[in-house]
Design a protein around this ligand. Structure first.
Ligand code: 5AD
Ligand code: SF4
Length: 433
């Protein structure tokens, strides 16, 4: 009987892809299959995130739970960013853990599996040329890594310490993966990296010159691919060439993530983001002019050390001006090894909470206004998922979630859908063609 894995994936899309890579390795090299439950698994993997403190605190209680529920002899592995960050301390604090595998070492999953108490967390390890086996959670959409690590030194961010320095993955590997995915039914490709539009800055072996715009063009030349998405781009690298390609290439989905972090030029400087409030507004405005239908999403941190009321007002001002379709907002969380955690003038938690609430309340009002504008309009929806009650769900080109009546035969297909009901989070539509 084949062995079974159970995997829990926290954090970002990069972690989702790392989990897929580990599953591919485990099934190709060791014949593993997915378990129905924790109790049924021979191997339990937790793929962790360390970007904020709370999930890290939760990790140890979760390991305790898993250790109680697992069957005799089953192994527990802690992978991902917290694994990179805490390394062997994890096994010291939680002896039921059998191995620790860092976010930049996932290709070694089948090695550590057989080494008792292994800790593989080298952030200088170069996985950029490793050809992972293929495994996709969704048959209709393929995630593809285009770089590993991150060279930016944002002062709040732990990622350079968990994923190491930035190396681009050779374009021929990316294109090979994209072609394979397209041949096996994925019409949508999702390109992933910490800083995608910095692609091509550094390869670990000889490589013809290529930047992100060039990579987008090359991927879009693959015939069966209909939609290309990517995350995350950095506002600093949103040059005109990139915005023009985004606007005119019909295969690139018209949804852009523009992580603002703060609207105050002073705070952006402290964050070491490399752009000002004006640059951000200029890029967002240009994008809205070039692509009137674009959806812009963002990440915002409130309560960064030294953030005054006036700084926060600058953030609110950008929110008013750009009218983001989606905001991921967080209270600043001091992280070990980051310069900002040592800055003076940390903002009291009550102040940060108040600002977060004000931001979210105002944005909810804006979403209520925006949703009305969608009513009655017709969008192309690529259906990817079955939903209860005879429904199927998919996304519009500009990333709105739409549910419509339908069944399996719609999966992997694009249809024209008229929006008949909207809420902040999703839409109900009727298929018109
Ligand atoms: N505190 C709060 N939010 C953070 N992020 C990254 N580091 C921190 C931190 N120390 C947020 C940023 C980033 C998103 C993935 O997480 O907004 O874009
Ligand atoms: Fe979390 Fe960042 Fe690691 Fe993604 S890269 S898992 S967001 S710490």
């Amino acid at each position: 009987m084949s062995k079974k894995y159970y995997i829990e994936t926290l954090g970002c899309a990069m972690n989702v892809r790392d989990s897929e890579h580990m599953i591919a390795e485990l099934s190709l090299k060791e014949g593993y299959e997915e378990a129905d439950s924790i109790e049924d698994a021979d191997l339990i993997l937790i793929n962790t995130c360390s970007v904020r403190e709370k999930p890290v605190q939760k990790l140890f209680s979760e390991i305790g739970q898993f250790a109680k529920r697992k069957k005799e002899g089953a192994k527990i592995g802690v992978c991902g960013c917290t694994a990179s960050h805490l390394g062997e301390e994890i096994i010291k604090r939680a002896p039921s853990v059998d191995f620790v595998l860092g976010a930049r070492n996932v290709s070694k999953i089948t090695e550590v599996l057989h080494k008792p108490k292994a800790v593989e967390v080298d952030i200088d390890y170069d996985e950029s040329g490793y050809a992972f086996g293929e495994f996709r959670t969704s048959p209709y959409k393929a995630y593809i890594n285009i770089s590993i690590g991150c060279d930016k030194q944002c002062s709040f961010c732990i990622v350079p310490h968990t994923r190491g320095e930035e190396i681009s993955i050779p374009a021929e590997l990316i294109l090979q993966e994209a072609k394979k995915a397209a041949q096996t039914g994925a019409k949508e490709i999702f390109l992933l990296g910490q800083n995608v539009n910095n692609y091509g800055r550094r390869f670990s072996s000889d490589h013809p010159k290529m930047n992100f715009t060039g990579l987008l063009r090359a991927v879009s030349e693959i015939e069966q691919i209909e939609r290309i998405r990517f995350t995350s781009p950095h506002p600093l690298h949103m040059d005109d060439e990139f915005l023009e390609e985004f606007a005119k290439n019909p295969k690139i989905c018209k949804s852009m993530h523009m992580p603002l972090q703060s609207g105050s030029t002073g705070i952006l400087k402290q964050m070491k983001r490399g752009y000002s409030k004006e640059w951000f507004l200029n890029r967002a405005q240009k994008l809205r002019e070039m692509v009137p239908d674009v959806s812009i999403s963002t990440d915002i941190i409130v309560g960064f050390p030294g953030e005054s009321e006036a700084d926060f007002e600058d953030t609110m001002d950008v929110v008013e001006k750009v009218r983001f379709e989606q905001i991921f907002s967080f209270k600043y969380s001091p992280r070990p090894m980051t310069p900002a955690s040592e800055y003076e003038r940390q903002v009291p938690d009550e102040v940060a909470s108040k600002r977060l609430k004000r931001l979210q309340d105002r944005h909810n009002e804006m979403l209520d206004e925006m949703k009305v504008q969608r009513l009655g309009k017709i969008y192309e929806v690529y259906f990817e998922e079955l939903k209860p009650g005879g429904m199927v769900a998919g996304r519009t080109d500009n990333n709105w979630l739409v549910k419509a009546e339908g069944s399996e035969e719609l999966l992997g297909k694009t249809a024209k859908v008229k929006i008949v009901e909207t809420s902040r989070l999703g839409n109900i539509g009727e298929i018109v063609a």
